[in-house]
Each structure stands twice: as C-alpha cells, then as structure tokens.
Write a protein that binds this ligand. Structure first.
Ligand code: SF4
Length: 480
C-alpha cells in the first residue's frame, strides 16, 4: 500500500473516530518517546527516595483530615506466569510451582499491614474507588489465594460500593467458573489478553490460545455482570500479516468488547531477554506494521469504536469514551481511567505507587521483597518527589493525553502563572509540529488534530523538562 493510500484510507474514517493515520507524519515523527503513565517518567526515579520518604508521604496524607473522605486507588502486582510469551516486557516469574504464589500473598498481606498501620485508624476516611490486579498473570492465583488477597484488602480498607475493581485475565486455563468466582469476589471490570488469533503468530510468540478459550472468558464476563470488557491486541508481532490480522480483528469485533487496546510491539531484545527468542527476520517490515495499524484503525472506526488516545479504543457508550467527552478522563500507571486523579497505594514486587507529590517504586525481585518485609520495612527501591514545576507539567501532559487540548487561560488561572511566558520554550518547540499539522496552536490554546492524535506523546514530549535537559530519548520505545 502506498503512503497516500494509507493516509487516504484512514482519512475516510476521520469523522468516525477523530483519527487520521498520516504515514508521512508518522515516518517523520516516529521517534522514541515515553508513554506518560507518570510524569516525571519512571526512568527519572532515583534511589534517594526510600521507605522513610514513603512513610512520611503516607503519614502526611493521612494526617490531612478533611470532612470529605479522600479517594484512593489500590494496585496489586501478581508476578507469576505459567509460560513465557516471547514478546513480554513485564516483570514476571515463570513457574509452575503454585506454592510460590501462596507465600507471595502472605507477604503482600504484610506489606498491606504496614501501610494500613501508618494510616493510624483513619482508613474509614479514605475510600477505595479503584482496585486493579495486574501482572504477570493475576489468574495464576488459586481461588483460595484470590479469596485471601481480597479479604486482606477489604479488611484493611473501606471500599466504595461503586468501586471499579479490575483484573487482567489470561484466558488460557481460565474457566467460566473462575470468571463467575471473580464476579462474586467483587470484580466488575476485566481485561483479556488476546494479542493475535493467527496460529502462526501464536506459535512464533509461544502463546497458544484458542478462540474458544478467549470467547468463554468474554461471554462469562458478560453473564456475570462485568461492566466493561477490554481486549488487548498487539501489532508488529513476528509472522503477522495484514490478512491474518484482518481475521483477528473481525473475530474480536464480533465478540464486541467494550474497549480494545492495540499495542505496538517494540523489539528491544537487549532490554528484554525473552525477546531474544524472536528471530528478527520473522518480524513484519515497518511498512507492513503501518499497514496493519491503518487496517485496524479503519476496521475499528467502521465498527463504531472511538479513539480514546495512545493505544486505546472504546465503544461510545463505554465509560472511558463518556468520560472523555465530559473532559473527565485521567491517566495513571494502568493507562486511562475514569476516576479523578487520586493517590495510589501499590503492593507487590515492582509495583509503583503515588502518594501526595511522590512516586514510589518497589523492589523488583522476590528475594529483596521478602527480605524487606521480614525486617518489617516497606520494600521501596526508588522514586521521585515532585516539585511545583513537575506537578504543573504533569497536569499539562495529562490534559494533552486525555483531552487532546490545553487551554492557556484556564491553566494559568489554576496555577497562578502567565502560561505563555512560563511555557515559552515549550510552545516554541511546538511550532514545527504546528507547521506540519499535528497541532493547532494559537494565542489561547493548543489542540491536537486528528492527524496528530496517534503522535500525541510526541506533542507531550515538548513539555517534558527532563527530556529537554537529557536531550536523549534512546531508551524509550518508538511512538508507533
Ligand atoms: S506477556 Fe503476560 S502472560 Fe505472557 S509472560 Fe509476560 S506477563 Fe506473563
């Protein structure tokens, strides 16, 4: 497919999902860049932030009593997986030994206990609005372990009756009964890993997953009252073709998930060891990869999905799409969220939390995690404390990623700054992007155009002070 044909194909669906794939622009701006699930990004975290700082941040937060209960989000990382997917870039432990997860859950309980104690009996004023179980594979846990984990969390915290309780599910080895069980435990949002149904691709990435297994999970989620079902797909995987992925998309659309995440595979075997099992010559060419993306945008637009931002599409009725039209969308470590920006308490190896103006990241290995908790200390490895400029830039970047626009007067008023003077170098850096049609820039606002939306992180990067200082983006994945 030619460059103009690609741009033309996607442009035909411009009005449907507010997205235009412009190959020439993507080729020009497809540099490496962060995903901005946090600002400053996790690579700016440093070991100067220790458990002590985390304790201080927690105590400060919980001393700030207000008449209104404060919302809090929880995240628990379950690192175990049964088998290795070769494309994997997550922090996981491949094992078939289920005694490992039992021990792990006990230690997560200890970590919850320490944090809970620091809240000094004030938990009732801090309502859990969101809980997310990620991994690894959360469904690696046996039913009894999952029950125990949820009891520990519910004993330690007060959950809002409307809490968004979500879990990542690997459909291999998960029965309809397990989904019903998760529903009874209170889970009401589910994310299902699919990636690609093409058997050749599945073989090449060592993730054999039948369509029947996947559909069982999606149907069971519906039958058990889950509010939203997300399906994860990846493009750019080895042996992937436009024709093969077209079939996958048709099957996924027929299953009608509320949300679809379409991630770009980044082949960086020097960073992620499992990727060394993928032969470079089996990867689709850059042109094919772009053609697959164009096809996906086309098909999803035709099927009525709207583009949320970054890698996410949703039905117009899904809460993410509704929140976006109401300018109530937020971004956190799990991606887009409908809930107001609030503190996140994160538990487990490599989990990243956010309390007040600080981010804290836990240690990465089980050994370190257990050693810290045996000593009765929080397993913090590094983090960062945000200054006033970081907090402002975090908000600016969030608004770009969620709303695709910045209102200078509103932000200036909120932060008591002359916005255009404060951000003069950033706005100057945006000028070439405006000239190329990625953004519309005037005296009052910046708006990301349908052509610029796929490149929104390139736009956000212009407001990242650390990137400008480092003048290097080499360690990030490509935007597309
Ligand atoms: S991709 Fe997911 S299921 Fe596969 S190895 Fe990585 S964490 Fe485990």
């Amino acid at each position: 497919m030619t460059t103009s044909a690609l741009a033309g194909t996607a442009a035909a669906h411009h009005s449907r999902n507010q997205l235009v794939l412009d190959t020439a622009l993507i080729e020009k701006y497809n540099a490496s860049g962060p995903r901005y699930t946090s600002y400053p990004t996790a690579d700016r975290f440093h070991p100067g932030i220790t458990a002590e700082q985390y304790v201080n941040a927690l105590q400060t937060r919980f001393r700030q009593r207000t008449t209104k209960a404060k919302a809090v989000s929880l995240y628990v990382h379950i690192p175990f997986c049964n088998t290795l997917c070769y494309y994997c870039a997550c922090n996981k432990i491949i094992t078939r030994d289920h005694s490992q997860s039992n021990r792990y859950i006990n230690y997560v309980g200890r970590e919850i206990g320490i944090v809970r104690k620091l809240m000094e009996g004030d938990a009732s004023g801090h309502i859990v609005e969101q809980l997310h179980l990620g991994g690894g594979t959360p469904t690696f846990l046996a039913h009894a372990e999952m029950t125990k984990l949820m009891s520990m969390l519910r004993d330690a915290f007060t959950f809002s009756p409307e809490a968004e309780i979500s879990i990542e599910v690997d459909p291999r080895k998960v029965s309809a009964d397990t989904i019903a069980f998760l529903g009874r435990l209170g889970f009401n949002r589910i994310s299902v890993g699919i990636q690609d149904f093409d058997p050749l691709v599945q073989q090449a990435v060592n993730r054999i997953q039948t369509e029947a297994e996947t559909m069982t999970v999606i149907e069971a989620a519906r039958a058990n009252g889950f509010v939203s079902v997300n399906a994860d797909l990846i493009y750019g995987l080895p042996r992937q073709t436009v024709a093969g992925f077209a079939q996958t998309l048709d099957k996924v659309i027929a299953a009608s998930p509320d949300r679809i995440a379409l991630y770009s595979y980044a082949h960086v075997p020097h960073l992620f060891k499992p990727q060394r099992s993928i032969q470079f010559d089996t990867l689709p060419s850059a042109q094919t990869k772009l053609a697959i993306l164009a096809l996906a945008i086309d098909k999803l637009g035709e099927a009525g999905y709207v583009y949320i931002g970054m890698d996410h599409f949703a039905k117009p009725t899904d809460e993410l799409a509704v929140a976006q039209t109401e300018h109530k969308l937020h971004r956190n470590f799990q991606g887009y969220s409908t809930r107001p920006d609030c503190d996140m308490l994160a538990f487990g190896v490599s989990a990243i939390g956010k309390v007040g103006a600080a981010y804290v990241a836990n240690v990465k290995t089980l050994d370190e995690y257990y050693t810290h908790l045996d000593a009765g200390t929080l397993p913090v490895m590094r983090g960062v404390e945000l200054d006033a400029d970081d907090l402002l830039r975090r908000d600016v970047i969030q608004k770009l990623m969620c709303d695709f626009e910045l209102d200078f007067a509103a932000l200036g008023k909120q932060y008591q700054i002359p916005f255009k003077t404060y951000f003069a170098p950033d706005l100057a850096a945006l000028a070439p992007l405006a000239a190329d049609g990625l953004v519309e820039l005037d005296d009052h606002s910046v708006r990301v155009t349908p052509r610029g939306r796929l490149l929104v992180r390139t736009v956000a990067m212009q407001f990242d002070k650390y990137l400008r200082e480092a003048k290097s983006t080499a360690k990030y994945s490509k935007v597309i």
